[in-house]
Write a protein that binds this ligand. Sequence first.
Ligand SMILES: [Zn+2]
Ligand SMILES: [Zn+2]
Length: 500
Amino acid sequence: MKKALSILLVLVLTAVSVLPVAAADTVCSCGRAPIVHVNGLGNTVYDGDDTVFPPQGGTIAKTVFTALPLLPALLRGSLNVRQQERALRAAARIFSPIAFDKNGDPATPAAARFSYPKSIAHENGEPITFDYDWRLDPFVVAEQLHEFIQYVKEKTGHDGVYVVAESMGAMILTTYLSVYGTADVKGAIWMNGAYKGVASCSESYSNQNTFSADSFYAYLIQQTGVFGNSPQLCDLFTGLYASGLLGSVLRSVEKAARQLADDGALTRFMQQYLGRIPGFWGLVSAEDYPAARAFVFPTAESQAEYAVLLERLDRFYNEVSSRVDEIMIATKEATGTIGVICGYGEVIVPVTKDNARQSDSVILTEDESNGATCAPLGETLAEDYVQAVDDGHDHVSADRVIDASTALFPDHTWFVKYAHHGVHYRPYALELVQSIFYIDGFDVFSNPEFPQFMVFDARTDTASPLTSDNSEQKTIEPGFAAKLYTAAFRVIRVFTDLFH
Ligand SMILES: [Zn+2]
Ligand SMILES: [Zn+2]
């Protein structure tokens, strides 16, 4: 009887262990493992049928209505205690619907919504997109990615996947690899990746933001280029800048922001809202994390109050952000298939001290490339500059702006000039991604169409190899209306200067 039972037990155990394999639709023989695309930050957050983030018209109107009486104080660059409370109330209108609790978990029913694809085509290298709620702890999202990869394996009948991770997704991929390793991963690409911190986030959390009129203007003009080269907007922005109004307002805003930080109001705001969202903490660089932690949770009391959250954030710092290179190198060694794709030649969101550095408009090129040497924006490497690491290849760009030899993977890092962040996942990028994954040993020397340095043309939506002839961007020039705007804004500036 005992023996019969144990045989039965063995049979049951065998059946159970075989079941997941039997559940796979079929074993696929196409020879091309599916590509999972880990999306960037951008999923809409819903509460029931309502969109709560990004904020909609009604919420924005209420926020403006609450904040409007603060305008004179803002122009003065100084808010009293009552006004500071009002500023916090205005911000709360945007952030309370998506608020998190003190432990870093959602405190409202609001969530990003998405579902798994029912059928998956993958034979032509179509990417299968993984979406997630960007607010969540990266370790929670990494677990969801793990489940998604199991689903894709089962649906396609492959024993592993390739992963291309874009923007914030690159931070999720790095977190995933730190936990699950490469058992299910045949290769990985970090594309326009936010895996070494995002300066605007890092510096906001560590209270290092700076604002300059020059960078704001350069950034605004760049945006007009991105969104259809609007000469009208160019004239308007030029008027704002040339009249000195932009600089005048920014000086006040910076003064007010510094005062909010010094008075502790910014710390209170962070503790209540942004500082509780672990997803954003995932964009704080390892370098800035200690300062950010100390700014948002400065006292022993606040550290005790947020102990569970801090344990999560410290885990991310200890296991992921401070170990990025190690994780990437291990992935390369295990899979042999790796790529890094980044942008340069763009002005970064103008709230950081890094405004003169190369970026793809959101992330610094040095961070995206994991260590390339970059000339300041608008400049080239010195005339007598010699490639930093001599590995027998030429790794300096034709426009002499980038030296890729100092990047973590010099032979597997691609740079696309003027490829604006978030408009990067284009046909050419997909072709490059597929080449990296499906062609054995593909690197920056494998295909003359995909050399280390390329240039993106927004008008044709294509990228071509960078040469010394095609590296200059066609910029938009202000017209006569800019002079009219300048004159008009000078009058307003006289008025706003009265507040200083
Ligand atoms: Zn297949
Ligand atoms: Zn090389």
